[in-house]
Design a protein around this ligand. Structure first.
Ligand code: IMP
Length: 499
């Protein structure tokens, strides 16, 4: 006979936190969100900790090198997607590790033969008002000039006017040369009242742009997640098939931590992958996903440095519908945290837990942490921002970004083409979708973090560890769910818009 669980499988929305006494020192400004990323022994410091408990999902539509640098700048970590050829993934890792804070590769580039219309189109697409003009229109081509919005007037200039006629030519530009430090670049920016300083090599090829606003931002990012060489910390996903080739390439590129990406991590393939990595490389590696104590212990005993929890809860995931497998994220987390805590008490080894998928509201993050997760992994949340790899589109009257599942045909095609096959999968485990465009990562993170900190203060906790111990959590009834939203009033916004 099958084994039956006495309790139903529950999600975050079925729980609420009960406030504890808030002592006077417990204010958001005093809340520390740093959290371990990899296992450590009692009394030791973890080899890698995050400054905020956020990681971005191992997904094509979420975690490339741009997202990884942006998130590390804010104190979290991205795991660069592995559904791409090994060399391309390694190149993304290299870009993050080679990134020098404040120096950015130019993202908007044209040639002198392009027109004013091309400038306007590019600006509309990227939102950048500074365009580098290079001989071949690439970010590393020979720099011939710069165009900013001060160089043209759309009311007066013809739209087919070639860029060469109105750009600021190289001969009139202030620029820096290879090897310049950020503080030297900043001195040039200030003494010449520039918004942007191009950096070129000895052959006049463009290397980077340094923006005044980025320099200020750099100074404003005290939580940046850096290694001992002051490079950003970056993670990468791997699979259980090509790890013997993929892992060496990623390690060579400088990756800090790996994670095995699978919708079902309770498998002998994961054990073999963990053992291969542990016996051949000095790199940290997480595993998953699992939803119960047996799966968790299997991965811990196989050597995982952290464990990812969650099957079927992702916003784009249809695993539960397609295969009838999975578990409510809250139930999975609660059982695994209990097992982890017992393991810690018995062995003195603390295994960080990542709650992966199914975060809909910001408070779900706080609940996941309160239930004992050390950090969360999110896809949908990050896919909405400027920094995610997908283009911003206008659908109807609203801006959206594309977001597709790793188990969708769209994501898996890279591999099928590689193998020479073009037929679709037998069935998909995820969908292709849009998410509402939400602006910049930093702005949204700031808002989410202030909500988390504020709730933690309500719970009397000024660190995640304290929250783990102090949180009091209750199940909500279906009726009290209604009480949680605005109710029995006529909302002004809706009544005005006639909705
Ligand atoms: P979200 O934050 O709710 O959008 O969930 C993101 C998570 O969904 C990822 O980190 C993965 O664990 C999971 N996921 C991604 N693609 C698929 C899929 O095709 N099927 C099932 N789960 C997926």
């Amino acid at each position: 006979m099958a084994t039956y669980y006495p309790e139903p499988s529950r999600t975050f929305s079925e729980y609420l936190l009960i406030p504890n006494l808030t002592e006077k020192h417990c204010i958001p400004g005093n809340v520390n969100l740093s959290t371990p990323l990899v296992k450590y022994e009692r009394g030791e410091t973890p080899a890698i900790s995050l400054n905020i408990p956020f990681s971005s999902a191992v997904m094509q539509a979420v975690s490339d090198h741009e997202m990884a640098t942006a998130l590390a700048r804010c104190g979290g970590i991205s795991f660069i997607y592995c559904s791409q050829p090994i060399e391309e993934q390694a190149e993304m890792v290299r870009k993050v590790k080679g990134y020098k804070a404040g120096f950015v590769a130019s993202r908007s580039n044209l040639t002198p033969d392009h027109s004013l219309q091309d400038i306007l189109d590019l600006k509309q697409k990227t939102g950048h008002s500074t365009v580098a003009v290079t001989d071949d229109g690439t970010p590393k081509g020979k720099l011939l000039g710069i165009v900013t919005s001060r160089d043209y007037r759309t009311s007066r200039d013809l739209l087919d006017k070639p860029i060469r006629d109105f750009m600021t030519p190289f001969s009139s530009l202030i620029y820096g040369t290879s090897g310049i430090t950020l503080s030297e670049a900043n001195d040039l920016i200030w003494s010449h009242k520039l918004n942007c300083l191009p950096i070129v090599d000895e052959r006049q090829n463009l290397e980077y742009l340094v923006f005044r606003k980025d320099y200020d931002a750099h100074k404003e990012n005290p939580l940046e997640l850096l290694d001992e060489n002051k490079s950003y910390i970056v993670g990468a996903g791997i699979n259980t098939k090509d790890y013997e080739e993929r892992v060496p390439a990623l390690v060579e590129a400088g990756v800090d931590v790996l994670v095995i990406d699978s919708s079902d991590g309770y498998s002998e393939w994961q054990r073999e992958t963990l053992q291969f990595v542990k016996s051949n490389f000095d790199v940290k590696i997480g595993a998953g996903n699992v939803v119960d104590r047996e799966g968790f212990m299997y991965l811990v005993e196989s050597g995982a440095d952290f464990v990812k929890v969650g099957v079927g809860g992702g916003s784009i995931c249809i695993t539960r519908e397609q295969k009838g497998i999975g578990r409510g994220q809250a139930s999975a987390l609660i059982e695994i945290v209990e097992t982890r805590d017992r393991y810690f008490a018995e062995t003195g080894v603390y295994i960080p837990i990542c709650s992966d998928g199914g975060i809909v509201h910001d408070y779900h993050i706080t609940l996941a942490l309160a239930m004992g997760a050390d950090f969360v992994m999110m896809g949908r949340y990050f896919a909405r921002f400027d920094e995610s790899p997908t283009p911003k589109l206008k659908v109807g009257s609203r801006f959206v970004k594309e977001y597709w599942a790793e188990g969708s045909n769209r994501a898996r095609n890279w591999q099928r083409y590689d193998m020479g096959g073009k037929q679709n999968l037998m069935f998909e485990e995820g969908v292709d979708s849009y998410v509402p465009y939400a602006g910049s990562l930093q702005e949204n993170l700031d808002k989410t973090i202030s909500k988390i900190k504020s709730t933690m203060c309500n719970c009397g906790a000024s660190s995640i560890e304290e929250l783990h111990h102090k949180a009091r959590i209750t199940v909500v009834s279906a009726t009290s769910l209604v009480e949680g939203g605005a109710h029995d009033v006529i909302l002004k916004e809706n009544s005005l818009s006639g909705e």
